[in-house]
Write a protein that binds this ligand. Structure first.
Ligand SMILES: C[S@@+](CC[C@H](N)C(=O)[O-])C[C@H]1O[C@@H](n2cnc3c(N)ncnc32)[C@H](O)[C@@H]1O
Length: 247
């Protein structure tokens, strides 16, 4: 974790279009509070700040050591306004989402057991959340709306799950649409952006898509510079990303 932060990664080099949508929806919805669940390094919150989002930011995770580390790592930085809080997604509570209108989850829900996903979505449905942006993996069977009974599928390659996000949305009173996404693992598993929403007009979605596209197009040069310098068959080594960024 420390090593990755020391790389001083330029967040604009991230191949995922998901992050463009995070800041675009935060700004377009004029979100009062954005919550990033399973916060890892709080990348989503940092991208939103970098792009001028002025609302509150809450980053949650079940790993208390991680939360303490991030709090002190960002203390003296422009990311100090992020509030870090403990939350276990496998024991969800409506209170975990108090005051939140935009929820974002990238590569997090695939870690969660299917039984818990229903409870989690029931809590989300009882909150004030208007929009949930999910960046995650899927398979043929879990994509689309399908029957009300559509269930999760175990990944054959790891301990992750493919969840039927669009169907989970419908079961819990949200509309949903799908956008494709891309990262290194896309050569092995499909990845998408699932936009779950309620009470949001189509003009707001169009405005968010416009902002997201503009950011994505503006960062093309750095995306492909770093992409071409990295080897997708092995984990990055210390210094790789820093070197690629400065070429
Ligand atoms: C792959 S990382 C997220 C990456 C991050 N979104 C990004 O793009 O930088 C998954 C995160 O989910 C957290 N996590 C896994 N299971 C969890 C649970 N049951 N409750 C809360 N957080 C959890 C892990 O601690 C980790 O920080």
């Amino acid at each position: 974790m420390v090593e990755f932060l020391e790389e001083d990664v330029d967040l604009r080099a991230n191949t995922q279009h998901f992050f463009d949508y995070v800041s675009a929806y935060a700004i377009t919805l004029e979100a009062k509070r954005l919550q990033q669940v399973g916060c890892f390094l709080a990348t989503e919150c940092k991208v939103a700040i970098d792009n001028g989002f002025k609302g509150e930011l809450l980053a949650t995770d079940y790993d208390r050591d991680r939360l303490d580390f991030l709090k002190s790592a960002y203390e003296e930085t422009e990311y100090a306004k992020i509030v870090f809080k403990h939350q276990d997604l496998e024991a969800p509570k409506v209170d975990d989402f108090t005051g939140v209108d935009l929820l974002v989850a990238q590569a997090v829900f695939s870690n969660i057991q299917p039984e818990t996903m229903n409870d989690l979505f029931q809590c989300i449905a009882q909150s004030d959340i208007k929009c949930v942006l999910i960046g995650d993996v899927y398979t043929k069977e879990t994509l689309g709306f399908g029957p009300m009974t559509l269930s999760s599928v175990r990944s054959p390659n790891d301990r992750n799950w493919f969840h039927p996000y669009m169907q989970l949305a419908h079961r819990n009173g949200f509309e949903a649409f799908y956008l494709p996404d891309f990262m290194y693992s896309s050569f092995r598993v499909a990845r998408g952006i699932f936009v779950l929403h309620r009470g949001i007009s189509s003009s707001v979605h169009s405005e968010a898509a416009k902002l997201a596209s503009e950011r994505y197009i503006n960062r093309q040069e750095i995306i492909w510079k770093v992409y071409s310098a990295l080897n997708i068959d092995r984990h990055w080594q210390k210094g790789d990303i820093k070197r690629a960024q400065s070429q």
